[in-house]
Design a binder for this molecule. Structure first.
Ligand SMILES: [Zn+2]
Length: 359
């Protein structure tokens, strides 16, 4: 990451860098630097990180600020020029949509032509491929057969083919979300995991909530040998998060390729018409429905509002987690994802500047 070029030292004159970043708190996980330093750049490369005074043609005063490598956000649903701008302001230089992904990788990349502010990438998503194969009418999430109809052997073969095609077209990963596709049989999921194992591609899974859901995902990965990444452990785990982190730690200790991530806030968001909401709240009492917020108005829901907004469709905010669980997942979770085997996934998974500042 850091290349030290000994520029012009032989000449005796102190080098003048193209740009210097002075007095910032440098945090670099690759070299373990965690201290106030000056940085000199030659062109676009870091030439020196030093406590010495240095000079540049261009100077950035970074006193009181953190200077870090660009963060890679592996759970970034926003994939527009506008969201890329926000990510950049948050220090994120790579934003990857790996959970939902897409059913058409070629088209997805075509829609984002060159010149975006940051790096981006997408997975081939089981949810999305299943929606296409099952002719689901949902826009973002399945609302019909994509969620609720079991696939025939021929449809499972089509889903597998769609995933293989996506990988050939440059998908970064395979995405999946079991609560969004409740009719997908274990046989179908095993077929997806077998593709992952064969191509050594991690599957990013939004698991069925709770320790039982994690156990099921670990079993799919174990039976097939697929690398598994469990997305947003804190919203999948809620109060069971500590137990689930322990399960992942245990799997890793036994040599399993399993990683996880947590997001740094205690609310979640998804579509009101999706199976993950409908299956849980369709018959829920008002006190459960009050966990849900309709963001367009800020209203908490009750039976009447839930039914009304279900007919309209749109994103919903879910308030089911606690700050305590989030803090726990972030601190323990980051330890897990800093492990050496956690290549692409070993990043600051959605650990935004908010957490950076609070630590
Ligand atoms: Zn999710």
């Amino acid at each position: 990451m850091i290349t030290t070029l000994l520029l012009a030292l032989q000449l005796g004159a102190p080098p003048v860098y193209d740009r210097v970043i002075l007095g910032g708190h440098v945090m670099d996980p690759a070299s373990n630097v965690d201290a106030v330093r000056n940085i000199g750049l030659t062109g676009s490369r870091i030439a020196v990180i030093t406590t010495q005074a240095i000079q540049g043609r261009d100077t950035i005063d970074a006193r009181g600020l953190v200077v870090a490598p660009g963060f890679i956000d592996i759970h970034a649903h926003g994939q527009t020029p506008e969201t890329y701008r926000f990510y950049a302001l948050d220090g994120v230089t790579t934003a990857l949509e790996l959970e939902l992904g897409t059913s058409d990788v070629d088209a997805w990349y075509r829609e984002r032509n060159a010149g975006q502010r940051i790096n981006y990438g997408v997975s081939i998503g089981h949810i999305k491929v299943r929606m296409a194969v099952m002719h689901d009418a949902g826009t973002r999430m399945p609302v019909g057969d994509g969620a609720y109809r079991a696939a025939s052997p021929q449809q499972i073969a089509e889903i597998v083919k769609g995933i293989e095609t996506g990988l050939r077209q440059g998908a970064v990963d395979i995405g999946a979300g079991f609560p969004y596709t409740p009719a997908a049989t274990r046989e179908e999921l095993l077929a997806v995991f077998r593709v992952a194992a064969r191509t050594k591609t991690p599957v990013h899974v939004h698991i069925i909530p709770g320790a039982a859901g994690l156990k099921a995902a670990l079993a799919l990965a174990g039976e097939t040998g697929a690398p598994l990444h469990v997305v947003h452990i804190n919203s999948a785990g809620l109060a069971e998060t500590p137990v689930m982190l322990e399960m992942i730690r245990d799997a890793r200790a036994h040599g399993r390729d399993v990683t996880t991530e947590a997001y740094p806030y205690d609310a979640g968001m998804t579509e009101i018409q999706s199976a993950t909401i409908q299956d849980v709240y369709k018959h829920a009492p008002d006190e459960r429905l009050a966990e849900l917020e309709w963001p367009r108005t800020g209203e908490r829901l009750n039976r009447e509002r839930f039914d009304r907004y279900t007919r309209i469709g749109g994103p919903l905010v879910i308030h089911t987690n606690t700050e305590q669980m989030v803090a726990l997942a972030i601190t323990r979770g980051t330890r897990a994802i800093r492990a050496p085997r956690a290549h692409l996934r070993g990043c600051w998974a959605a650990t935004s500047a908010r957490r950076m500042r609070s630590r």
